[in-house]
Design a protein around this ligand. Sequence first.
Ligand SMILES: *[C@@H]1O[C@H](CO)[C@@H](O)[C@H](O)[C@H]1NC(C)=O
Ligand SMILES: *[C@@H]1O[C@H](CO)[C@@H](O)[C@H](O)[C@H]1NC(C)=O
Ligand SMILES: *[C@@H]1O[C@H](CO)[C@@H](O)[C@H](O)[C@H]1NC(C)=O
Ligand SMILES: *[C@@H]1O[C@H](CO)[C@@H](O)[C@H](O)[C@H]1NC(C)=O
Ligand SMILES: *[C@@H]1O[C@H](CO)[C@@H](O)[C@H](O)[C@H]1NC(C)=O
Ligand SMILES: *[C@@H]1O[C@H](CO)[C@@H](O)[C@H](O)[C@H]1NC(C)=O
Ligand SMILES: *[C@@H]1O[C@H](CO)[C@@H](O)[C@H](O)[C@H]1NC(C)=O
Ligand SMILES: *[C@@H]1O[C@H](CO)[C@@H](O)[C@H](O)[C@H]1NC(C)=O
Ligand SMILES: *[C@@H]1O[C@H](CO)[C@@H](O)[C@H](O)[C@H]1NC(C)=O
Ligand SMILES: *[C@@H]1O[C@H](CO)[C@@H](O)[C@H](O)[C@H]1NC(C)=O
Ligand SMILES: *[C@@H]1O[C@H](CO)[C@@H](O)[C@H](O)[C@H]1NC(C)=O
Ligand SMILES: *[C@@H]1O[C@H](CO)[C@@H](O)[C@H](O)[C@H]1NC(C)=O
Length: 802
Amino acid sequence: MKFLHIAVAGVLALAASGTVTGNTTDWTQYVNMFIGTEGPVPGTAYNAGNVFPGAALPFGAVKVGIDTTRWNVSFSANAGFTPDGNVTAVTMLHESGTGGAPTYGLIPQMPLTTIEGVNVLDNLTYMQPRIAEDVASVGYYKTQLQNGVTAEMSASMHAGIMKYEYPKDTGRYVLVDLSHLLPSTGKKEQAWSNGELERSEDGTWYSGYGVYREGWAWGGNYRVYFCGHFDTTPSSAQLFSGKATDPYWPNATDVRPTFTNKTSIKGGTVEYQYADRIGALFEFPPNATTVKSKVGVSWVSADKACQFLEEIPSWDIEAVKAEAQNQWNTEVLSKVEASTSNETQLEMFYTAMYHSHLLPSNRTGENPYWDSGEPYYDDFYTLWDTFRCLHPLLTLIQPKAQIEIVRAMIDIWRYERFMPEGRSHNHNGRVQGGSNSDNVLADAYVKGLQGGINWTDGYAAMKTNAEVLPYNNFDFEDPTGSTKEGRGALQDWKEYGYVTPARGRCLSKTVEYSLNDFSLSQVAKGEAPEDIALYRNRSAGWQKTWATDVTSLNYTGFLAPTYPNGSYQDYDPLSCGECEWGSISYEGVPWEYSWTTPFDMETLISLMGGPETTEARLDTMFTLGLTQSDQGGNSAGSTIFNPGNEPSFMTPFLYNYLPQRQHKSVRRSRELVDQYYNAGRSGIPGNDDAGSMSSWLVWNMIGLYPVVTQPVYLVLAPRFEDVTVRLGDSGSVLRIKATGLEDGMYVQSFKVNGQSWDRSWVSHEDIVRPGGEDSLLEFEMGSEVAIWDTGEVPPSPGHVKL
Ligand SMILES: *[C@@H]1O[C@H](CO)[C@@H](O)[C@H](O)[C@H]1NC(C)=O
Ligand SMILES: *[C@@H]1O[C@H](CO)[C@@H](O)[C@H](O)[C@H]1NC(C)=O
Ligand SMILES: *[C@@H]1O[C@H](CO)[C@@H](O)[C@H](O)[C@H]1NC(C)=O
Ligand SMILES: *[C@@H]1O[C@H](CO)[C@@H](O)[C@H](O)[C@H]1NC(C)=O
Ligand SMILES: *[C@@H]1O[C@H](CO)[C@@H](O)[C@H](O)[C@H]1NC(C)=O
Ligand SMILES: *[C@@H]1O[C@H](CO)[C@@H](O)[C@H](O)[C@H]1NC(C)=O
Ligand SMILES: *[C@@H]1O[C@H](CO)[C@@H](O)[C@H](O)[C@H]1NC(C)=O
Ligand SMILES: *[C@@H]1O[C@H](CO)[C@@H](O)[C@H](O)[C@H]1NC(C)=O
Ligand SMILES: *[C@@H]1O[C@H](CO)[C@@H](O)[C@H](O)[C@H]1NC(C)=O
Ligand SMILES: *[C@@H]1O[C@H](CO)[C@@H](O)[C@H](O)[C@H]1NC(C)=O
Ligand SMILES: *[C@@H]1O[C@H](CO)[C@@H](O)[C@H](O)[C@H]1NC(C)=O
Ligand SMILES: *[C@@H]1O[C@H](CO)[C@@H](O)[C@H](O)[C@H]1NC(C)=O
């Protein structure tokens, strides 16, 4: 490791800070970084949105923020932050909005004023309560610790910058416990394996790597390189090591550090899982009241981590923040200009836009395993959550990013045989239901994304999901089939046309595999016409499990867990038991999953008994008090429709498939947004899931809902008088205008590109016009229900009559 080759401020100049190309509006003023950080119990993260409130760029490779303790391990603090915990470190890697089990919280620094009573290997001896509310804005985070230190931070793409202000007359330390990570309980808990750390002679530089394992995504050891630099020469720098304390060996109070004045230290043999924990303790001279540090992170080498420090040429944290805000304004927030006098709505909207651009992480050039020249993205956490709303949003406003993401997914297939589903730290899965990467590709395909996507390979990757049974990783939570990648119950699907109760989550897998195969039939239209019929037929698999004689709450006909001989397991459509990996359906009851066939609503409505019964059954989804399934952080409210989780996402808008019932979708959209989303800290109903809930909100507020895998959007009603959606970098815009919003929520009349419109949906080509002209949606709103949607209902392109 050579520390000196980047000794001075790098050559990359900051873009003119504080100005925004093309628009001078600072949209970041409307981003409230704390929306979604608390749950229903104020001041706690229990059942929170789990969003990351720290500093990051769009799709940032690093996400710089604080990690805090929590005693109540409740699927919370997955992004490091809790409102009530004590700070244990500032770290560089985080997820946002995720549930499951925490992943990352890696590459730490902790500012301390004394080491008296401190065991550097035991965070409980140095953790710090906060004495004031944390302050956060786009690209910036500040926390004030009880020991008197004020810590501020900002981020570039691959590096963080920290500023620690120490009180007068105290010691000044920065502790780097390389084995720091977000803790949890259970078998998915992360652990430290080993690492190496070296420092420069004078202690102003340190670098090396840490090897960690597990977390929510499967996988063994993975290595993260880092490079730290201080603006101040430490008065002393000592490295330390101590015995491993992994989750099964947890008593850190038993472990004491051994310090050394050597300039490098190794925590055991490479890849050894019980190697010593290691770290460094830097002490700064009494005249240094402020210490600044930059830390770069790479997945490839320590040298590269050091080179990333060039992304932050000066020590001016304000300049780094200004550059971050500039990027968020230019690349993300100005893509949709919404005008309204209601600042609360602007705050909800732009915060949701912000949350929709944190994951996946852009690790292009940072793939440690192959260098193919293709873009590389990681932290798909998970496609099960994000395929419905997040990716269609990116396709519309960030086609360049979506193209990169799709190319990265296909490239992962090239090298690892399957596309990712729940990938983090370069490990492909866990798979919660179907191979929903298929849906992401199909959606991009039907909307014409090209930009270097090799669709021959894209279709081949989808075909792998559809035809190749993945190796069973014997997940302890469901050993009946792979949870690593692909479709773990593919043998059932191919043999019976549905997934039988011999496999975990048979009911939800059946309906998800149906959509997945519909996705194949969509891409086959262009890539393999000979396959269209095959996959369209297979997409009707859900119909084979439709139990025509099962009755629940007076409605007859539900998806059922169906044995090979066609009989079904005794079950209650209102219940999924634990709703977990071994249950009949995953995080959603059969009542909910029975609505999730957007490609063949025609058959669904007919199986349900026609439009009138379907309407009444839809109404029942929103009747208070009918739910019998409490799934903790994954559920909200008391209706069968669950606003807190993705399987229910599209249900409120299915009224559009019934003649002249669009007004009911609008009413649901309004009521759900008003009831479950707000600009407060608990303003997201459950885990944000990598921006899934937030992107659902964005769609609702602009008045459209994407029918994923089809070039179709359902028409709702906008919350704003005027919205300008920039369609990528094409220069074209989609303008959405509404008059009479103050009168009421119901659409009186609707025009598309100047033509009056009687259909409750628009096609992708209506809003992204092939000739590149701008598009225009005009709503006239009023207080009374008006029947304007007399035209044909949205299509059922996967209609199959069995
Ligand atoms: C910038 O945004 C504001 C507010 O929406 C708008 O009035 C203005 O026309 C925009 N300017 C440019 C140059 O796009
Ligand atoms: C965690 O906190 C929540 C909210 O206070 C509480 O309902 C729950 O029972 C707690 N869980 C545990 C394991 O203490
Ligand atoms: C935070 O630290 C304070 C003081 O050390 C301690 O009393 C409290 O229990 C800690 N709380 C948490 C959640 O760690
Ligand atoms: C803090 O210490 C506790 C108790 O030893 C441990 O369970 C937890 O993993 C540590 N937290 C971090 C962030 O290292
Ligand atoms: C951890 O070690 C300390 C000191 O040896 C001991 O007092 C304590 O009981 C141990 N705790 C556990 C949970 O083993
Ligand atoms: C490191 O060097 C300092 C200053 O020479 C000395 O006081 C200290 O004892 C040394 N520490 C170790 C562990 O050798
Ligand atoms: C602090 O003191 C050291 C010598 O002990 C000196 O080299 C350094 O320039 C001083 N720094 C400041 C900020 O005054
Ligand atoms: C602004 O919007 C919020 C959220 O939709 C709503 O609660 C509030 O009543 C609105 N304020 C006004 C003045 O309309
Ligand atoms: C992703 O990262 C690469 C390499 O840093 C960069 O060239 C590309 O523009 C980034 N993509 C997006 C969408 O920001
Ligand atoms: C797509 O990839 C295949 C190899 O799988 C290659 O034969 C083909 O030339 C590529 N197509 C394009 C347009 O690059
Ligand atoms: C699809 O199903 C239809 C109707 O059952 C049947 O005629 C056709 O042969 C099937 N095609 C394939 C490729 O399975
Ligand atoms: C089901 O029907 C019965 C008899 O008509 C009625 O009393 C009951 O309220 C209905 N239940 C629901 C949930 O609609």
